[in-house]
Structures are given as structure tokens and as C-alpha cells.
Design a binder for this molecule. Structure first.
Ligand code: GLA
Length: 391
């Protein structure tokens, strides 16, 4: 789609900036970012693309091409969550409006803007379509203004938009991956120290994404409940381990010693997190050795834990993992993202990728009667804005 053309059709002038912000897939470290663990996501070759130009007033006019909807709101009245006619902002507008709110709260001056955007990151599929929208708008506002923030600070402001304006208590992983992605690499991101580095996938492997076709919105899911279970676990364990601030600070040995003092459900949630944080440590060693088999083993273990302890899987995702497990070329498979629907991520031997994808599609259809979209995924660079007209 020619976005500059769509912009010109709607607004009668060329855009000033074109921005691209990718979704992400997470290879390992699920539901650990809000427990300050290390995560291993990669930005993907599916993204939000946005064309925009500044205006001299404080009105933002957004056109979502995919929805065929246009909404306008005032920057000065962003707290009201209403459009210029006083009607409540529809759900999809809360993400860009939240970014405007968060940037303004951080003290940066924003211009009004006209924008059109489209996305090929599927919504509610665990590939961070909302973080891609947030990062696309933050990157665009930056390109249209004279302020400059580093990528991580921008990601943090997008997370704040999601936490405080949209109302989902997400961690920082998704916005980080969309902002900081590195082509061909997995990102090793420590959500406590905020240090990160790109790591290579094991040689001869590739990432395959399989979409179960089941959608679930993060906001309506039990995501916030899972997060509060983790916070309760920390509070209760502090009685025995007074120095801990988060589940990141609890070793697997300490957990074994004190988990019996937790209510059963809280204990299950915390067990997933403590062991997943430990798995990521081991998996980084495997990645550094280029050991795909070992890394894949951790992916399978993660899925089991998300299914049985964290209880965020669904039968269709379990089926995708079980079918993948016995196909030639598979190293590891698991649900990716928050869960409750969406996609699995598979680490696959490159030379078997095509037959693997067919096998998975066929097996899923046979087992569930549903079509799964299965595709190769290339780890991509992070968000970028390109000035296309300096007049
Ligand atoms: C969602 C959130 C992330 C992370 C994952 C689960 O994608 O936005 O911050 O918590 O779920 O790992």
C-alpha cells in the first residue's frame, strides 16, 4: 500500500514523515518482564506503518486505514479521553492518545498532527500490535519535533501510556523490542538493569510463527491478575526473605524452601516466574554456544510451565506445540506473548522449515478443524522514522 498517497488523498498535501515500527516475538522469558527478569524477544518483519505531517494547532487527526475510521482529539484535552465532539475515544485511539499523554507528562512539547496508519501485525495475537502502534506514534512525534530521546526512554514512555492511560499493567519488553530491534538478532534485555545486547540465533536455525487464529485482548484478559499474583508472592515471601524486591531476587533454592508458605494458586504463578528466570539464564548460555537443541528444550519447558503453572495457554496453542514437537527439524516450540490465544513461536532447522510449516498447518487442521497461519519470521530492526518532505 502506498501510504504517502493515502495521506495525500485524505489531507490534500504530502506527509512529512513515514514511520515503521515492528511487532515482536518473544523466544523465552515469558511473564518475567514485570518481575524484573531477563527476556529474549526479537522485533519481527510485521509492522505498523504511519505517514504524518504536523499542524499548527493542537488537534490530532488519526485515520486508521485498516478500520476505515477517522478520529480527532485535542492535545490540550487529552486527560478527558474524548474526541473533539466530546465522544469517548474508541479503544484503538487510546494507544496513540496515551502516547501523547505520556510524552506531554514527560514535559516534551507536541505538535498537532494529521496521520494515516496501517498495520500487518495481527491484533490480539501475542505479537505486540499495540506496542508497535505506541512506538510508531512516539517515533513520529519525535521526528516532527526538536526534542530527542534515546530509544529506551521512548519505550518507557510508551509503556507508561499503556499502563496508565490504556490501563494494562504490561512490562517493558514489547515497547523495548519494537524500539530497539536489531536485524537478524534476538535481544537479550535485562528488565531490572535495563542493559541489553543483541545475540545471534544458533547457526542454521530460523523462527517460525504459527497463529492459532484465536484472539484475546490483553486488556480483557487475566493479565493484570497474573501480575498482582506475582506482587502478592513477593509481599508474602518478604517475611522470610526480607531483602527481595521482586521475584527476580528469589533463587530457585529459596523458592523451594519457602513456597509452602504461599497460597496454592500464588505459589504456582510464582513458581513459573522463578523457574522461567532461571531457564533464561541457562538459555543464554545455550545461545552463546550456538546450541539449538538445548535452547529449544527450554522453550518446550517454558510452554509446559505457562500451561500448568501460569495457566495462560489454551487447547489450540497446546495442540500447535504438541504437533510441532514431533515434526522433523523442530528444536523448540511454545506459546509467545501474554497467552490466552494468539501464536506459538518455533525454533526450526532452516533446511526443514518448509516441510515443518506444511506439517504444522496440516496437523493443526486435522486436530482442531481450524486453519493456522504459519510463516517464517525474520528478526528485524527497530522503529524508524524517515523524513520525506522537508517543506
Ligand atoms: C505482554 C506484555 C509484556 C509481557 C508479555 C508476557 O506482551 O505487554 O510486557 O509481560 O505479555 O511475557
Amino acid at each position: 500500500m502506498n501510504l504517502a498517497y493515502s495521506f495525500e488523498q485524505k489531507f490534500g498535501r504530502p506527509p512529512r514523515v513515514e514511520t515503521l515500527a515492528p511487532g515482536r516475538v518473544n523466544l523465552l522469558g515469558e511473564h518475567v518482564d514485570y518481575n524484573l527478569g531477563v527476556v529474549l524477544p526479537a522485533a519481527i518483519d510485521r509492522s505498523v506503518t504511519l505517514a504524518a505531517a504536523p499542524t499548527s494547532d493542537d488537534i490530532v487527526i488519526l485515520n486508521a486505514i485498516d478500520l476505515g475510521e477517522q478520529v480527532s482529539f485535542k492535545l490540550s484535552e487529552i486527560e478527558k479521553r474524548c474526541d473533539i465532539e466530546g465522544k469517548p475515544l474508541p479503544g484503538w485511539v487510546l494507544y496513540p492518545a496515551g502516547v501523547a499523554w505520556s510524552l506531554q507528562r514527560a514535559g516534551v512539547a507536541l505538535c498537532g498532527m494529521q496521520a494515516v496508519y496501517t498495520s500487518d501485525v495481527p491484533i490480539g495475537a501475542g505479537l505486540s500490535s499495540s506496542a508497535a502502534v505506541e512506538v510508531a506514534f512516539a517515533t513520529t512525534w519525535q521526528a516532527l519535533s526538536s526534542w530527542k530521546l534515546d530509544k529506551l526512554s521512548l519505550a518507557k514512555l510508551c509503556q507508561r501510556a499503556e499502563n496508565e492511560y490504556v490501563g494494562v499493567s504490561s512490562g517493558l519488553m514489547d515497547q523495548f523490542a519494537s524500539a530497539c530491534g536489531v536485524e537478524g538478532h534476538v535481544l537479550c534485555f535485562d528488565t531490572r538493569s535495563l542493559e541489553w545486547m543483541p545475540l545471534e540465533l544458533p547457526p542454521g536455525t530460523t523462527i517460525v510463527i504459527a497463529d492459532s487464529g484465536i484472539r484475546r485482548s490483553l486488556a480483557t484478559s487475566a493479565y493484570n491478575d497474573r501480575r498482582s499474583a506475582c506482587e502478592q508472592a513477593v509481599e508474602l515471601l518478604q517475611k522470610y526473605l526480607p531483602s527481595i524486591q521482586s521475584l527476580r531476587d528469589v533463587s530457585t533454592v529459596e523458592f523451594a524452601a519457602y513456597s509452602m508458605y504461599l497460597p496454592p494458586e500464588i505459589a504456582k504463578r510464582a513458581e513459573h516466574v522463578v523457574k522461567e528466570i532461571h531457564r533464561v539464564d541457562q538459555a543464554i548460555i545455550a545461545l552463546n554456544r550456538g546450541d539449538a537443541r538445548m535452547f529449544g528444550g527450554f522453550m518446550f519447558a517454558c510452554h509446559k510451565s505457562l500451561r500448568d503453572l501460569y495457566e495462560v495457554s489454551i487447547p489450540q496453542l497446546d495442540s500447535l506445540v504438541e504437533i510441532a514437537r514431533v515434526l522433523p527439524g523442530i528444536y523448540g516450540a511454545r506459546l509467545t506473548g501474554a497467552g490466552f490465544g494468539g501464536c506459538t513461536v518455533n525454533l526450526v532447522e532452516e533446511k526443514n522449515a518448509t516441510s515443518f510449516m506444511h506439517g504444522l498447518q496440516e496437523g493443526y487442521c486435522k486436530k482442531t478443524g481450524r486453519e493456522a497461519e504459519v510463516y517464517l519470521c525474520r528478526a528485524s530492526g527497530g522503529a524508524e522514522a524517515r523524513l520525506i518532505n522537508s517543506l
